[in-house]
Design a protein around this ligand. Sequence first.
Ligand code: ADP
Ligand code: MG
Ligand code: ZN
Length: 562
Amino acid sequence: LQTLEGACSSAQPSGSSKPRKPSFNFSWSEEVQAKLCSVFQLSKFRPLQQAAINLSMSGKDLFLVMPTGRGKSLCYQLPALCSKGFTLVIAPLVSLMEDQLMYLKSVNVPAVTLNASSTKEDSKQVLAGMIDKNSPFKLLYVTPEKIAKSKLLMSKLEKAYNMGLLARIAVDEVHCCSQWGHDFRPDYKLLGILKRQFPKVPLVGLTATATSNVLKDCQKILCVQEPITLTAPFNRPNLYYEVRFKDNEDCVDQISQLIRERYKNQSGIVYVFSQKDAEAVATDLQKRNILAQPYHANMEPSDKSLVHQRWSSKKIQVVVATVAFGMGIDKADVRFVIHHTISKSIENYYQESGRAGRDDGSADCIVFFGFADIFRVSTMVVMENTGQQKLQNMVAYCQNVDRCRRAMMAIHFDEVWNDDECNQMCDVCRHDYITMDITKHARDVVTIVEMASSMDEKLTPLKVCDAWLGKGPAKHRKTIKVTSLSRLEVESIIIHLLLHGYFSEDFSFTPYTTHFYLKLGRKAALLKKDNHSITMKMRRRVMSHATVKIRECKTKLDFLSV
Ligand code: ADP
Ligand code: MG
Ligand code: ZN
């Protein structure tokens, strides 16, 4: 008897290059195999594709989690071709749909779209085609807004369903359903109507990044009873992960040096925080003779695609981009992704850095981790429910020197992970660190904030640094000794205290901007006890040996407890 477990295990990557016959036979297996070659012109499946297709063909609901660029689309396009009727595909961006339609046209697969820019005439034809027994198209791409807003579309779907013509529902970028995901889109929340109205139609949700919590949330929102989840390994063994402490003075110099030397003649992306930064950093790089151009949401669509095109064809080396440069990038030979500013979450970082090395060649992912940036990003995400928590996780990833970077990501994505698998492909695995006792430092800096608050004054993180370093108004540092630590060390300790609850964030809104202040955290009072101590690991070159007493740490640090 054929079991679906059989279907799953047969989808493991085959090591041999000779095309192999399917090791099992479903009624659709032959057709699927034939169309893989004849229509899609592919010689074999990639990991998980066959399992996903078999599960979906057999009518199961499915969540497919697979890194970007590994071929999720095939997992509903091929079943669409081998089924009666048409497959409804929900995708978040019109530009994504258009890319897909162009590709499908090039391989002669009939596919259409309904979106805000469809003409009346087109819409009429599409709506009629949905209930045509001869199915003039095999795939229908729509935006979630269409489902939410068009009663006409819903009524046609219902008719098609009753005629047995609605073969399958594919929800692309399915994490957009969940507020816990990195890219929530409100209209996705309403897609539960599909499974409620059309319970017999198998649904497949596709995403590149989703934690198990996000998936559970999606399952609930989409009203899917018992989906099977297939997860491709998240690890990208060819990517080298590195975090550098950012010194605003010479960050761009460091980046341009990397680009000119290490990445000479190679393509890459520099991600920045804002449109203004995109323009400024691009200009700075151009001044240093680097072929760089900015990319951000506020540019004309034609300018955006021009930059994308010039970069794809290697006419420019670097795109200096905000996160607007994302979905739809399919350049395989990206050799570096440098973050000039930290991402707002680990999901975002994984996604953005993951645009490097899609060709499986080695590539670098470097974050410049800046003290002031934490608070810029923090005020940007202040309205998001889980924004601060997600940012804290990202900051902890950067601040961490205790665990392999891959391990940090694995923990975040609920993956089982063995540290040896990194193969020294991250800075933590490559470097040495020291453990130091920072209790005395912590007492000093906490006193600064405590004293300010007793004078009814709020201090920004920058003011706290200054006071501790002996700058700014004297009243802020009356009872403490000015520290002999460097600015980077001071910043690093403040971040550590923030991550571990000795400080916490205090936002204040003005009509024009949001301010971030430091206040005492829930653990600050512990520092009053004589026997309370705090240790912290640091990279050797950050902490100058002369200024601190180094002590070997005997107890395990709780860096991951944030
Ligand atoms: P995703 O949606 O997972 O980001 P896509 O479905 O857009 O990825 O596919 C990315 C690329 O991978 C496409 O160019 C596609 O043709 C290619 N691809 C998909 N499946 C295979 C396969 N089995 N063998 C070779 N290339 C494939
Ligand atoms: Mg995709
Ligand atoms: Zn590592």
